[in-house]
Ligand binder design. Structure first.
Ligand code: AMP
Ligand code: MN
Ligand code: MN
Length: 338
């Protein structure tokens, strides 16, 4: 077993033993399939590519398999071009799988055809709705990002935090904390970030593409979406929606609607911001964000989704109108008596 050493100020993982088990399991395997959730965000991509970089350093072979194309804004990340999209007919099957940022096994169901029966399955995640699936798992809802947990795995394996690994981990932590601003931003987050900077990360090189930069098409979609933003009568929740027509007329793809929900939440009186968007398979993808009191993961679970206390989502069948009615009803019930 690899025993990690730490300086006194270096953060210690809350689940030290589990992190060690995950590290030992990764050290024991030689050929890994890395999977994450559909429409991967900065933490999903960052943690998948950090694990890929880690495996490369350890001299192991790997494949990162995703369902949807990676957003171009993450193209500065190492191994971005090495990521594979899922194919209708899998070319091979893996016996060793690492799932990152996946709240449950359905989140990476797209990869099932690539996975042999009873694989060695490593589950690294920070969603409170994660049941702890897998042969070994480290699931810590107090972690701001899955990348925070991958950081601990890297440390447990005593692998040097090189620039590649550090850039990937920083990207996940930066995006999942909304630029070190959301309530999940902790002392440990900043301690880890400091080490990632020591590893070679230049913060603006990540923040500019990952958080700040928008395409002209995205701005046009924002204009349109804001023109339909509505506030509840009591001012405590706000809703936005994005139809296929809105995406088509602005030249946007689904991924371009990412982040819009923050505008609904940002209104000073609002506790819950909600974004509804029509998916290609005629369902409605719902994003929920709250500030201080409402547990939006609980609301998402009513609709078979999941997530975190302050950021969660679900995908619901029905028309835009129906789904908006059903979800806002649950939000109203969840808002404490005024
Ligand atoms: P989103 O609104 O899609 O940005 O998601 C917010 C958070 O909830 C992210 O951490 C997602 O991983 C999680 N989430 C979204 N949809 C689901 C789902 N259907 N099941 C479990 N977790 C979800
Ligand atoms: Mn994610
Ligand atoms: Mn995450």
């Amino acid at each position: 077993m690899v025993q990690a050493t730490r300086a006194s100020w270096q953060p210690i993982p809350r689940q030290l033993e589990r992190v060690q088990q995950v590290a030992d399991t990764i050290a024991a395997g030689n050929d890994w399939l890395i999977v994450t959730h559909e429409r991967p965000d900065g933490d999903a991509i960052g943690s998948a590519l950090a694990v890929a970089s880690l495996l490369s350093v350890l001299g192991k072979t790997w494949r990162v398999l995703v369902e949807d194309p990676l957003p171009v804004r993450f193209s500065f990340l190492p191994w971005y071009d090495a990521v594979s999209r899922v194919q209708t007919v899998p070319d091979r099957q893996f016996t060793q799988v690492i799932a990152v940022d996946c709240a449950d096994v359905h989140r990476y169901a797209y990869a099932n055809g690539y996975i042999e029966k009873n694989p060695v399955l490593v589950n690294i995640d920070h969603h409170q709705t994660n049941p702890g699936y897998g042969t070994v798992s480290v699931v810590d809802p107090q972690a701001a990002a899955t990348c925070e947990l991958v950081y601990h795995v890297v440390r447990a394996l005593e692998v040097t935090l090189d620039e590649d690994i550090a850039m990937c981990l920083y990207t996940g932590i930066l995006t999942d904390t909304g630029g070190f601003a959301l309530p999940n931003t902790t002392r440990e987050v900043h301690q880890i970030a400091a080490e990632l900077l020591a590893g070679g990360v230049r913060p603006y090189d990540v923040a500019e593409p990952a958080l700040e930069s928008r395409t002209w098409e995205q701005i046009r979609l924002l204009q349109l979406a804001l023109s339909h933003l509505t506030l509840s009568t009591d001012g405590r929740y706000a809703t936005m929606f994005v139809t296929r027509e809105m995406l088509d007329s602005t030249g946007c793809t689904d991924d371009d609607a990412e982040g819009l929900v923050g505008f609904a939440r940002s209104i000073d009186t609002v506790e819950v911001g909600i974004l509804f968007r029509e998916t290609l398979d005629q369902r409605i993808k719902v994003s929920l964000r709250s500030k201080r009191t409402v547990d939006v993961a609980k609301i998402s679970q009513i609709f078979a989704g999941g997530g975190h206390t302050r950021a969660a989502g679900c995908t619901v069948s029905g028309s835009l109108r129906e789904v908006m009615e059903r979800v806002t009803k649950q939000v109203e019930l969840a808002l404490p008596e005024a």
